[in-house]
Design a protein around this ligand. Sequence first.
Ligand SMILES: [Zn+2]
Length: 441
Amino acid sequence: MTENRYDVLFQHAQVITMEDTGPLLPDACVGVRDGRICYVGEGRETPGAHKVIDARNKILMPGFVNAHAHTAMCVMRGCADDYDLHTWLHEHIFPIEARMEEEDALAGVRLGLMESIASGITSTSDMYPFLPATLRAAAEAGVRYSMTRPMFFLGEGEYDFDKTDAALELKEAMAQGLHGYDNGRVRVDAGIHAEYSSGPQQWRDMAAFARECELVLQVHVSETKAEHEACLARHGKTPARALHDAGVFGGPAIAAHCVWTEPGDWDIFRDWGVSAVHNPVSNLKLASGVAPVAKMLKAGVNVALGTDGCCAGNTLNFFEAIKLAALLQKGTTLEPTALPAYEALKLATVNGAKAQGQEHQIGRVREGLEADLILIDLDKPHMTPCFDPVEQVVYCARPEDVCLTMVKGRILYEDGEFLTLDAEACLFDARQRSLKLVRGV
Ligand SMILES: [Zn+2]
């Protein structure tokens, strides 16, 4: 009896490696062992494998990185549509969030994890309360997950960093061993909600905490024109500049939205290793505008992609985000090559991995990297014919074309079946909890 060399072996796949030197392998074999990709090459090898997957007429590629999300908000999906950000937040979302309990949030998180896994998202950067419980749910579901409870302090009451909800939850999650759990699959991030929801003292304290614990820092930056201009009036500088001048940037950081950022902000991002995260669906739906993605990329900024909370964008459909990102840059610049398909796919994979500080672990199909992989079925009318797999994924594919999702070599989803989550229970719980939370029944 021959020993199995691989835990999982994909054969005859069309592989999108996301390697700039050779992004496509038309008929390849990919072997996975102990959570890592240990072979990428021609389909000639036929050694033993615990599970062999015939990937004929399928695309194998790195899983997507959702670099900005508020996953628990899935429990409030569709509760307030067609408002601008300020009205939406203050009159609809904040009152519901004020009565949200941990079990409500967890129902939303599990629902969101299901949707993410089925949409090919293997890694998420989340920002929300209920940090320890959410990270435990993500740990159990097998997904790659980074999360912060962000600093939010409007100057009411006495301020003591150690007593803020943010610091308490970050420290609790770290004390529970959630930071770095499963060799770094689950991580705690530092976070500042936004320039307008706290002040320089809070930013400095959170930045110091991030540096001390070597955490990625997440922050919302220049989402709306009003926010950007109010900061200019308040501090005489843009939100990115104000945060920078307070010493916030230095380690890896995620700046979500960046819709109204300016060239001087992009210099800060490039020079200080800050990744901008584009959330096209949310920004359009809340009438916030269109982020200057092509210009930021040209300025040398690492730009990743996100869904934002699903109360804003309504779904975690990552294919929609990828396609819109590409189309918006073409439509707003009148330049069809402003964001070509391959560049759009980089936003969703390698650039996201870099934003999370994980470019040496995930984002490419490469020997030695962790096996966060998805399979996309081409055997569909809207996927036929396929001349270029990259263009097919960006312009044609839908979440229902994802037929397998794997994180660290473990299959979480295959042919419509969730292997780590009880789908029926999650859906039932989310329906019950959402009615009680949003409608009070
Ligand atoms: Zn957000």
